[in-house]
Ligand binder design. Structure first.
Ligand code: MC0
Length: 143
């Protein structure tokens, strides 16, 4: 089952520039940063400095290579919202439920997401033009 909005992912060309912009403009600070080679991204999870700790996160996604998902998104669309992610209890179960409803999941089996989470995606063409990510949290914090 879907529990809450996990994060909203924004594609950016330069992670350090975007981190400075979000910190100075909105007071959002990075609680976590990592490189995910398989996904071709350098990414950060942001929270309001003095905000509700259970708030959904803002994820900044910068490409490691031009032919990555984020590299292609930046080429086609430019910087902006790239994905909407939901927290789920069990990514395999929710993926199976959505497949049974006729939606295309991008992966046959879950892959590794932020902070040890297990993830899959619904194809944007099957979800009203929105790339939907399913996140089963790992042991390392919120997502
Ligand atoms: C593509 N389309 C999108 C879209 N990306 N629509 C909405 N939101 C997006 N993000 C549209 C295109 O405009 C096109 O529409 C159609 O989908 C097919 O595009 P395509 O040529 O197949 O596009 P590709 O090759 O860029 O692939 C799109 C796809 C890819 C969603 C399959 O981006 C992908 O595999 N994404 C999943 C992985 C990912 O996003 N990783 C980065 C985040 P028209 O109308 O022109 O046909 S990593 C992450 O998120 C992590 C680590 C985490 O949170 O834990």
């Amino acid at each position: 089952a879907i529990r809450r909005i996990d994060h909203v992912g924004i594609a950016v060309a330069d992670l350090d520039e975007a981190l400075a912009f979000y910190r100075d403009t909105f007071g959002l600070i990075a609680e976590h940063e990592e490189i995910n080679e398989e996904q071709g991204v350098r990414e950060a999870m942001l929270v309001p400095a003095d905000g509700d700790p259970s708030t959904a996160r803002l994820q900044l996604l910068a490409p490691l290579r031009p032919d990555s998902a984020i590299g292609k998104f930046l080429d086609r669309t430019g910087p902006g919202i790239q994905q909407m992610a939901y927290t789920v209890d069990d990514v395999e179960e929710t993926s199976a439920e959505l497949r049974a409803k006729g939606l295309r999941l991008l992966y046959d089996a879950p892959r590794r997401g932020t902070a040890g989470s297990r993830i899959n995606f619904v194809h944007p063409k099957d979800a009203g033009g929105v790339l939907v990510e399913l996140v089963e949290p790992g042991g390392l914090g919120h997502s």
